[in-house]
Design a protein around this ligand. Structure first.
Ligand SMILES: *Cc1c(COP(=O)(O)O)cnc(C)c1O
Length: 414
């Protein structure tokens, strides 16, 4: 690859593109973008490929046929229970409640743990928008905090300092001194499948008396020590959207170790109906959030392939590392000590001095049919959340400014 390999030539490239900007000529691509796109092309991503495509390599069609033939395709049927018990076994969770999707499941978790309109919920600035949407759906306000450069999840130490500063105890409740609203819960997220600091965040939740929902939407197959993600907080939530590690078409699940919470989650997810042979009696405002049987049929087939899919993602991570890191322009995000990542989405972090190349890389790759994406724009900048409380979020902003999410379909490796 001509012109690659020395830091000097990168500097030349940057000088050239800033000259182009100054004279109003937009550089179409840079050496950095060309180099990265060239290496990615060797992975053989198809022209119409998505960022993270599902792999249907098992009993999907058989179970879907069985489901259709049975007539039970909706909110009642044996695949839902089967999906729940097999997911419970994989995760090591005593209780699992399957749901229509991850966002609904997060909403349900917050309501079941007592989050009410007017409350605040601590969420990371760097996450998919659904984390904050779920808070807003519960009538509460997301309160954003920055993430750690090491884990990409909430920074426990910074969080503790922040809560000590902004919070005031009022009986058992933590109250935001500035907004006067109760800070009721905390909802950290395992970014791209990389576990957050479980011990640190759990200690903060405990010390400040906060309900603890774990947004584990991206981390099925990820562990913190020996504990599967989702079982660190009071309730954990997975997503089985089409782009996640396994899919049910649309779907989600709540996991917990607390039986009482599990019963409440199930009750609220099924219209809060009081069991009776024929009477329609509902004892709370409930939701229609139960996963349909036909989605669960797909899910049971997908769960059978989960360990193999995670193994393939771990191999893809190694393949990307050896193909990309010797370019000398950035590094792959890797798992931290004592954690195991499912490597749901592979992320290449450009060196700090190359942050200005991010959009060039995205454009160049997309022009060549290589599906890449940036990280999410930190949520404290989004229109619906501009007035929400937030700490400054320099690490979220920095990661957003120079991370390229790489094609992450398990089909890219054997
Ligand atoms: C995918 C995702 C969700 C939402 O899941 P859906 O099933 O798409 O509703 C929530 N949070 C995070 C971090 C996600 O990545």
């Amino acid at each position: 690859m001509p012109g690659l390999g020395t830091t000097l030539s990168w500097r030349a490239t940057i000088l050239r593109s800033s000259w182009c900007d100054r004279v109003g000529v937009r550089a179409l691509s840079s050496d950095v973008a060309e180099a990265l796109a060239g290496r990615l092309q060797s992975f053989g991503v198809g022209q119409e490929a998505g960022l993270h495509e599902p792999v249907f390599g098992g009993n999907e069609k058989a179970y879907l046929s069985e489901c259709i033939d049975s007539g039970y395709v909706s909110s009642v049927g044996p695949f839902v229970g089967r999906f729940e018990s097999e997911l419970a076994r994989f995760v090591g969770a005593p209780y699992v409640v399957a749901a229509v999707n991850g966002t609904a499941a997060l909403h349900l978790a917050l309501v079941a743990l007592g989050v009410r309109p007017g409350d605040e919920v601590i969420v990371p600035a760097l996450t998919f928008v659904a984390t904050a949407s779920a808070v807003a759906l519960a009538g509460a306000t997301p309160h954003f905090v920055d993430v750690s450069a090491k884990t990409w999840g909430m920074d426990a130490e910074a969080l503790r300092l922040h809560l000590n500063t902004v919070g005031r105890r009022d009986g058992g409740t933590l109250v935001n001194r500035e907004t006067k609203r109760p800070i009721r819960a905390i909802m950290p997220m395992h970014t791209l499948g990389f576990p957050f600091d479980a011990e640190g965040i759990s200690a903060v939740a405990q010390d400040f008396g906060l309900s603890f929902v774990e947004d584990a939407a991206e981390s099925l197959g990820s562990f913190s020590g020996d504990v599967h993600t989702g079982l660190i907080g009071d309730v954990g939530v997975f997503s089985f959207n089409g782009n996640k590690t396994i899919t049910t078409g649309g779907g989600g699940a709540l996991v917990t170790t607390n039986e009482e919470i599990a019963l409440r989650l199930k009750h609220l997810s099924t219209t809060a109906k009081v069991p009776h042979r024929f009477e329609f009696d509902h004892d709370a405002v409930g939701y229609n959030y139960r996963m349909p049987n036909i989605n669960a049929a797909l899910g049971v087939a997908q769960l059978e392939q989960l360990p193999g899919l995670v193994e393939r993602q771990r191999r893809l991570h190694e393949a990307y590392r050896s193909a990309l890191e010797d370019l000398g322009i950035g590094v792959l995000k890797s798992e931290t000590p004592l954690t195991k990542s499912n490597y749901w989405l592979h992320a290449f972090v450009l060196s700090r001095n190359l942050a200005s190349e991010r959009d060039n890389v995205l454009e160049t790759c997309l022009n060549r049919g290589i599906p890449v994406r940036p990280l999410w724009k930190p949520l404290n900048n989004l229109v619906p959340y501009r007035l929400s409380p937030s700490t400054p979020a320099p690490t979220s902003t920095d990661l957003y400014s120079r991370t390229i999410c790489l094609p992450s379909s398990a089909s890219l490796v054997a």
